[in-house]
Structure formats: structure tokens, C-alpha cells
Design a protein around this ligand. Structure first.
Ligand code: ADP
Ligand code: MG
Length: 691
């Protein structure tokens, strides 16, 4: 068996000392092959480079010691009826006149090998006990004669039961000593490695398992991180090239009808920024290569109008358009608004949202199936539907970060190869965009809409509530409307936040003459729609809401937004909420309401008070809360690296991208899939030597 030619794909059984039993344990760690084992990196390291003296010990800091045993004893206890005997080994070691006591629980086996006068090495954390320094359950090794303790940087691997740290270390060491290490053939071209100052593959992997020092570890990490990011960029690039070769998308041209729609059909004139963005999109659409484009613009920058321009061009070209949004409220709002605009130029719109099973719905579906051209609005229901959207030419996905990759794929699978336009206001830093959307072209919608002024933001405390109510009255009397967002709908036991129900009650008490209402996720879709319409029509002056209004909803009449318990929200989310006001011509006001201005809240929110820049806020959010802070971002496979962290490693990411662009597509030099990693790399990117 073991004679067979060895390859990275060979089973771990080919390693000396790995039999069936160990193989099973390794499997449970996701390690099947030699490659897996090479890539099974330590989660941290133990710095055992120095042998410390007892005098030098520091509370709770790991240390390596050597000394002589002056006293060893084992106390056992247990019940006579054969229950598990428990024991504790107590020992004292002495080094240069100082002593340290050691306790090892269930240390019977160890005790039988130890005797007074022996030299041993210890590794563990020392603590100051009643009688001086002590270590609980340190690693103990017997030293022969004048042998010195083994020093170095020791890897610490995640383990499974039945597998000891020592065993795994030995196994790893063995990998680099024998023939096996030669299996690690270089994957990156020499000139690339020179340019990017990357060490060889084998050296990198060895450095990660057994680093000489921090520098070596860093060099190893850099190389592997680069490799992971590079492979992903290559994959994106390959996908793009293959995709471009398809050339099967319907050609969409903006003609007279689209022009008329843009010039007379919209209630406003497109800004230069919107025009430029639309131009870019139309250029793609006139091409048989299916478009894959992300339209990125700040909250309230007017993305919808750009999308409608593209949609109209598709309809004019005799095609259907699917417009997918994450919430039903939003689907209904888009539908309601567009219906009128489209019918003015003789184009159809349908809404497919929620669970309404009606004849009307059947009729709509039938029309869609016949291939009648027009625009179909909906939520996820759009792709759950068994409908064949025959004539699908363009798919538009709004607030794209809310959807997973598979959902998008399902929708795209509906037509032949429709064009795809996704829109997002999530201010994703470039490094994340590159990783997550590497396969998309990017159009940025810049510039502000006419008459817009930045929203003014204030931070106030609960005890100023009375003044706030007064301010709200003034706002409404002077023609404004108020959104009041609470983190919760109803009271819950755990969280001390004011729920929507309670807030509405109080508002109605204090401001009985001002019409107020509410909206929340648990409402019937029609009720939601009604609430939105009442607010839009001005019948409601105050709308108390959960975060259902966060995504995309457009309420141009809203001039003041209160975010209750602002301390519960992330900065990006607050930014989305703030984006709900100041959409009309009046200056918007955003009030963050916190229980008290305690330091941490003020500190975190202060940047929000200072800037209206979504990108700056997102970066800050990421710094404070990690990538999970950006909703849905995990869905994009950003955590599927073993080592790379696109945020932390942005510089490398840019370089990896550059290098990927440089490669000729036919250069098939890499064994792609094997390095881009499957495991979940939840680990932090900090240097594991710290802590
Ligand atoms: P978002 O980019 O967040 O999706 P919307 O498309 O909802 O923003 O647009 C925000 C508001 O600005 C809407 O009320 C919309 O009607 C309005 N709007 C969009 N473009 C213009 C424009 N060129 N001039 C005036 N108002 C506009
Ligand atoms: Mg929008």
C-alpha cells in the first residue's frame, strides 16, 4: 500500500504512525489527504523560545521552566465500589533556590514516572498561590542528565478527542522531514513572487507550522494569504471570461420610447450622475454578453430612476424585466410608483409578492408566461414561483446585500441569459467588494440630487424627551412628517429597549391631535402598504416603526427621524435609517435617542454625528464590530479562507487582483480549487504570538 506513488492527494494513511483509528480522528477534523494535513494550520503558538527562571515569572503568563523535583506525591480518592479513582499529583520543583509547586489532576500515570531529584521541564501558566508560585496541569517532561528543555515556537492545533497536541505536532514535523515536503511544488510564477516579495510555497507552509520567529511567521502568512486571495481573483476572472464568451443575452436598445419616458415620464430631470450611470448600463445592454453590473450609490442617491431607465429600454426592446427587492413593503412601493409612470408610455407592470392566491394573480402569471413584455416586481417569491419567465431580458436586484448568492442564481436561471443589474447602498469598502463581487462590474452613482442638504444629526438623552415632543409638534405644524424607529416591536424580557407599541401609546398621549400610526414586520402586507400610503398622502404625520423602513423605502415627506435606543444599532444601519429623511426639498433632521449619554455610546456615535459619509461609517463599523456588522456579508463566502481576511489584508488583496489581471487567461498554471479553502476561517487575523 505505502509503496504507491505519493501525491498531495494521498491519504493520511501513507504517513508513518497513522493507522485506521487515527485516520478516523483526522477525518473528523476535515483532514483526509496529505494536502489537508499540510494546510491544517495552528490556531495559535506557544512561545517557548526562552527558559525562564522562577524569579522571572509573571502572573498568568505562559512560561517554560526547568528545575529539579524536590518532592512528589500522589493523593487518590474515590469510592470502594469501583468508581473512578481520582487523584492529584503534587510536586515541587526547585530552580536556583526558588521553588514552584505543581498540581496535576488525574496525574497518576505521570506520578509513576517521576521521582525526587529528577530534572524536568515545565510549560504552563504560573499563578501566585498562598505558598508562592504554582502551576496547575503544566506540561511536564523529564530531562535526561544535562539535557536542556526543548525550545522554540510550538504550534497549537485545534484537536479532536483521542488526538494529543504532541502527537499532531510530531506528525507535522514528520511531514517536513521526509520525502513528503517535496510534494509541495511551487504554484506561483517566479517573477510574480519576486514582485510581491513572497516566499516559496514550501517555506511558507513550514513557517506557518514551525516558525523560527515572528518574521518567519509573517512571511509565511503573507504568502498563503496572497495565494488564497489570488486564487479567488483568478476564479472571478475566469468566470468573467467564460461568461463573456457566452454572447447569448438579448440585445437591449433605448429608443424613442425610453427617451420619452426619461424626459417626460419621470417627475424630475435625471442628474448628470444618473445620466452617466445609465449610459454605462445601456452600453452593456446593447451587447450580447450578459451584463453583470453593480450600481452602487449612497442611500437616497436616486438609483431607482437609473434602473427604471434601463428597464424601460428592455421593455421597448420587447422583453420582460424582473425587479426583485428584499421586502414586500418595498416591492409594493416600487410597483405602485412605477405602474403609473410606465402606463403613461403604454408599458405594463405586475406585482408578484406575498401569498395572495387569487384569480388576479393567475391572470398576471399567465400574462408573464405568455411573454407579454413589461416589468414584474416582487420579493423572493419571484424565483420561488414555478413561472417560466419566457422573455426575461433584464433582472434588477435592489438592495443586493440582502440576497444570497443562490437566490440570485435561481432568478437568473429563469430566462436564457438575462442581463443583471444589482443595486446597493451598503457602503462596502472596496476590499470587500472585490472579494464578494469580484464577478461584477461596478458603476458608481455619484453626485447629489438637486436641492438636497445633508441631514443634521443630534444625540439626545431620554430625559430630554419632553423637549423632543415639543420639537416634533413644531415639525409637523410647519409641514413636516416624522418617522420614529424603535429596535423592537413588543416588550421582551431581555432587552431594555422601548418597543414600538409603547412608544406609539405615549406619542398618542402626548400629541393626541397629531395623527400617528405604526408599521412593523408582522403586519399584513396590505396593512403595511396602507400605512405607507397614509404617510405618503399626509394622513399620518407620525409613523412609529420597526426597522422595516430601513431598506429602500422612499418617504419623501419624512423630514425628521427619531431613532430610539440608537445604541442598539450599528453605524451602517443608522446611516440607512438616516437616509430615510431629507429626500424632499426640506432639510432633514435625525435624532438619536439614547437612555443616557454614557461614555461608550457617545464615543461610538460621535463619528455618526460628524459625518454623512456612508463609507467612512462602514469602515468604522467594521473596525468596531467586524465583517458581521455589514448585514448579509457572510453569505458572500468571505469567511471561507483559511487565513486571509479581506479586511485586514486589503493591501494584499489589491495586489492579488492586479496580478490576476496580468495573467493571460490561457495560462493554466494553477491548481485552483484546492487552495481556495472550504473550511470556515472564523479566526481572527491578529498575530497569534500576542496573547
Ligand atoms: P436610492 O438610491 O436610495 O434607491 P431613490 O431611488 O429611492 O434612492 O431616490 C430617492 C428620492 O429621490 C426619491 O424620492 C426619488 O424620487 C428622488 N429622485 C431621484 N432622482 C431624482 C432627481 N434627478 N431629481 C429629483 N429627485 C430625484
Ligand atoms: Mg433604493
Amino acid at each position: 500500500m505505502k509503496e504507491k506513488t505519493l501525491g498531495l492527494e494521498s491519504s493520511v494513511l501513507t504517513i508513518k504512525g497513522v493507522g485506521k483509528a487515527r485516520e478516523q480522528i483526522l477525518r473528523s477534523l476535515g483532514v483526509y489527504t496529505l494536502r489537508d494535513l499540510f494546510l491544517y494550520f495552528p490556531q495559535r503558538y506557544e512561545d517557548r523560545r526562552r527558559v525562564s527562571r522562577i524569579l522571572e515569572l509573571q502572573e498568568r503568563k505562559p512560561a517554560l521552566l526547568a528545575g529539579t523535583l524536590t518532592c512528589v506525591s500522589l493523593s487518590k480518592w474515590g469510592n470502594a465500589s469501583g468508581g473512578k479513582i481520582r487523584s492529584v499529583l503534587s510536586a515541587v520543583i526547585e530552580d536556583q533556590g526558588e521553588t514552584l509547586s505543581v498540581k496535576v489532576f488525574n496525574g497518576g500515570a505521570m506520578a509513576s514516572r517521576l521521582s525526587e531529584g529528577m530534572r524536568v521541564s515545565l510549560f504552563g501558566r504560573a499563578e501566585r498561590g498562598k505558598n508562592g508560585w504554582e502551576m496547575i496541569n503544566p506540561e511536564i517532561r523529564i530531562l535526561d542528565g544535562n539535557e536542556l528543555p526543548e525550545t522554540g515556537i510550538f504550534p497549537v492545533y485545534p484537536l479532536a478527542s483521542g488526538l494529543k497536541q504532541q502527537t499532531l505536532r510530531k506528525m507535522m514535523k514528520g511531514l517536513f522531514e521526509g520525502e513528503t515536503a517535496k510534494l509541495l511544488k511551487e504554484t506561483l510564477p517566479e517573477d510574480l513572487r519576486k514582485r510581491q516579495e513572497l516566499v516559496g510555497l514550501r517555506e511558507a507552509i513550514e513557517n506557518l507550522h514551525f516558525p523560527m520567529d515572528e518574521k518567519a511567521w509573517k512571511a509565511g502568512r503573507k504568502r498563503i494569504v496572497f495565494e488564497e486571495l489570488f486564487q479567488l481573483q483568478l476564479k472571478h476572472r475566469k468566470a468573467r471570461l467564460q461568461h463573456a464568451a457566452l454572447r447569448r443575452a438579448p440585445i437591449i436598445r433605448a429608443g424613442e420610447r425610453t427617451r420619452a419616458f426619461l424626459e417626460r415620464g419621470l417627475p424630475f430631470r435625471l442628474t448628470d450622475g444618473q445620466r452617466r450611470a445609465l449610459e454605462e448600463i445601456l452600453e452593456d445592454l446593447g451587447n450580447p454578453v450578459p451584463m453583470r453590473r453593480l450600481l452602487h450609490g449612497e442611500v437616497g442617491s436616486g438609483k431607482t430612476a437609473v434602473a427604471l431607465g434601463a428597464a424601460m429600454a428592455a421593455v421597448e426592446s420587447g422583453l420582460q424585466v424582473a425587479f426583485m427587492v428584499p421586502t414586500e413593503v418595498l416591492a409594493r412601493q416600487h410597483y405602485q410608483r412605477t405602474k403609473g409612470l410606465f402606463s403613461a408610455v403604454g408599458a405594463k407592470c405586475w406585482l408578484l409578492a406575498g401569498r395572495e392566491a387569487s384569480r388576479e394573480r393567475q391572470r398576471r402569471l399567465a400574462q408573464v408566461e405568455e411573454g407579454t413584455c413589461g416589468m414584474l416586481f416582487g420579493t423572493q417569491a419571484l424565483f420561488q414561483e414555478k413561472t417560466a419567465v419566457k422573455n426575461l431580458g433584464l433582472v434588477i436586484i435592489d438592495e443586493q446585500h440582502r440576497f444570497g448568492v443562490s437566490q440570485k442564481a435561481a432568478l437568473l436561471g429563469k430566462g436564457n441569459s438575462p442581463h443583471l443589474l444589482v443595486m446597493s447602498a451598503t457602503p462596502i469598502p472596496r476590499s470587500l467588494a472585490l472579494t464578494a463581487y469580484g464577478e461584477l462590474d461596478l458603476t458608481r452613482l455619484n453626485g447629489t440630487l438637486p436641492g438636497r442638504k445633508p441631514v443634521r444629526t443630534y444625540l439626545i438623552e431620554k430625559r430630554q424627551l419632553k423637549a423632543l415632543f415639543k420639537r416634533i409638534r413644531e415639525e409637523v405644524i410647519s409641514g413636516g412628517q416624522v418617522l420614529w424607529v424603535c429596535p423592537l416591536l413588543e416588550e421582551t424580557a431581555q432587552r431594555k429597549a422601548v418597543p414600538v407599541t409603547e412608544r406609539l401609546k405615549e406619542i398618542r398621549n402626548v400629541l393626541p391631535d397629531l395623527p400617528s400610526g405604526w408599521i412593523h414586520g408582522k403586519m399584513d402586507p396590505r396593512e403595511k402598504e396602507e400605512a405607507v400610503r397614509d404617510f405618503e398622502d399626509g394622513n399620518l404625520k407620525i409613523l412609529v416603526s420597526t426597522t422595516v423602513v430601513e431598506v429602500g423605502i422612499d418617504l419623501p415627506g419624512a423630514t425628521l427621524i427619531v431613532v430610539e435606543n440608537a445604541e442598539c444599532f450599528g453605524l451602517s444601519q443608522l446611516h440607512q435609517l438616516r437616509g430615510r429623511v431629507g429626500r424632499g426639498n426640506r432639510e432633514g433632521v435625525c435624532v438619536l435617542l439614547v437612555p443616557s449619554k454614557n461614555e461608550s455610546a457617545v464615543e461610538r456615535l460621535s463619528i455618526f454625528l460628524e459625518t454623512n459619509d456612508g463609507f467612512a461609517l462602514a469602515e468604522e463599523d467594521l473596525r468596531l464590530r467586524g465583517p458581521g456588522a455589514l448585514c448579509g456579508i457572510r453569505q458572500h463566502g468571505l469567511t471561507e479562507f483559511r487565513l486571509a481576511d479581506p479586511l485586514h489584508d486589503r493591501v494584499l488583496l489589491e495586489k492579488a487582483r492586479e496580478e490576476a489581471q496580468r495573467l493571460q487567461p490561457e495560462e493554466e498554471l494553477l491548481d485552483l480549487s484546492s487552495w481556495v479553502c472550504r473550511g470556515s476561517g472564523e479566526g481572527d487575523s491578529e498575530c497569534p504570538f500576542l496573547g
